[in-house]
Design a protein around this ligand. Structure first.
Ligand SMILES: *Cc1c(COP(=O)(O)O)cnc(C)c1O
Length: 359
């Protein structure tokens, strides 16, 4: 069977063992004679799946009881809006503009500015530098309902190495493209959210982890109200049952291999193979500033559009899919999330060397 090295930014590769287990259980989940896809979300069988998914996540990330875990839908893009609706108090909200998605989150808040009587401040930005780096945070910040950041800028290939900390301002983080890639201290955050299709599983599931005291601050329409979903264990309506099941399998896999310390070590090794090569290459240049580089999305270019195009085609001919960079940045992007294998990274560097020799 052929398994391509898929460098897609998302939906992205899943661990082979997860797919094999899903295949094995596809028609008959655990002796029930049903596929998880066919199962009532109110059944005891499904209860076990969603409860195990939550348990696994609490164990992996070390999440204490005063944080709630919500399995929602709508993607990170919907959360750009719902987080504002749920967390707003005085209306003064702060954002770091570190990339395309961080910017979209700002635009979402601006769309709601009038209706919710908001005052949206961008307190740090690398937009004028083409988002090549993570901007410096201000020394002090006061009187904001929250500070929003995006921990990993998927399109530009930059990543926060440490997180800003301000007394009394909850940190809200879009972690869509690096969640579960390294250990974090959950207590640094008021809320974390992520679409599942990069490191958590498959599309259709949006994870929210939120501190209890941030629930119920506002009147929010029921379907967008985090407190409603928290009170109903993510089952106010039908959740994305199969996506949650795949997420449960992914977290099983992470626990089996040794948790977030292990995966972080692997991720550092994989990224180093690529960056070490890029740093000495005479053809390819890395796009992001060195101290802001992402371990998940490695962006680079030949600085020649024709040559970039030629390399994307060359990579595809040799079994590497989706290495083309985002249209807003150009060049190439290798997304090497948790499930992307190390031998795939090694093979990619061999291919790049060969291309460099020939061009
Ligand atoms: C992919 C991505 C998004 C968009 O996620 P959707 O689930 O498609 O809405 C938002 N933020 C970041 C950082 C992403 O990587």
């Amino acid at each position: 069977m052929k398994r391509t090295f898929n460098l897609s930014a998302g939906p992205a590769m899943l661990p082979t063992s997860v797919l094999e287990r899903a295949q094995k259980e596809l028609l008959d989940y655990n002796g029930t004679g049903m596929s998880v896809m066919e199962m009532s979300h109110r059944s005891s069988y499904y209860d076990e799946i969603i409860n195990d998914a939550e348990k696994n996540l609490r164990k992996l990330v070390n999440i204490p009881d005063n944080y709630r875990i919500l399995f929602l839908q709508g993607g990170a893009s919907q959360a750009f809006f719902t987080l504002v609706m749920n967390l707003k108090q005085s209306g003064k909200v702060a954002y770091v503009d570190s990339g395309n998605f961080a910017h979209k989150a700002i635009q979402a808040a601006e769309e709601l500015e009038k209706d919710l009587n908001l005052d949206v401040d961008v307190v740090a930005s690398s937009r004028n530098n083409g988002y090549k780096n993570i901007p410096e945070f201000p020394e002090t910040l006061k009187n904001y309902d929250y500070l929003h950041i995006c921990s990993n800028n998927t399109i530009e290939g930059t990543q926060f190495k440490e997180f800003p900390k301000y007394d009394d301002i909850p940190l809200v983080c879009d972690m869509s493209s690096d969640i579960l890639s390294r250990p974090i201290n959950i207590e640094d955050f008021g809320m974390i959210y992520a679409g599942a299709q990069k490191n958590l599983g498959i599309a259709g599931l949006t994870l929210v982890i939120i501190r209890e005291d941030l629930l119920g601050l506002n009147e929010v329409p029921t379907m967008f109200n985090y407190k409603v979903f928290s009170d109903k264990n993510s089952m106010y309506n039908t959740p994305s049952t199969y996506s949650i099941y795949i997420h449960k399998l992914v977290t099983d896999w992470l626990l089996e291999i040794g948790g977030l310390e292990t995966i972080e070590t692997r991720n550092k090794e994989k990224a180093a193979i690529l960056y070490d090569y890029l740093d000495q290459s005479k053809l390819f240049v890395p796009t992001a500033d060195k101290d802001s580089r992402s371990l998940m999305n490695v962006t680079f270019s030949t600085n020649d559009d024709d040559l970039n195009k030629k390399f994307v085609e060359y990579a595809q001919e040799n079994g590497f899919e989706n290495i083309k960079g985002h249209r807003s940045v150009g060049g190439m992007r290798a997304s090497i999330y948790n499930a992307f294998p190390k031998d795939g990274v090694e093979a990619l560097v061999e291919l790049m060397k060969k291309f460099e020799e020939e061009n």
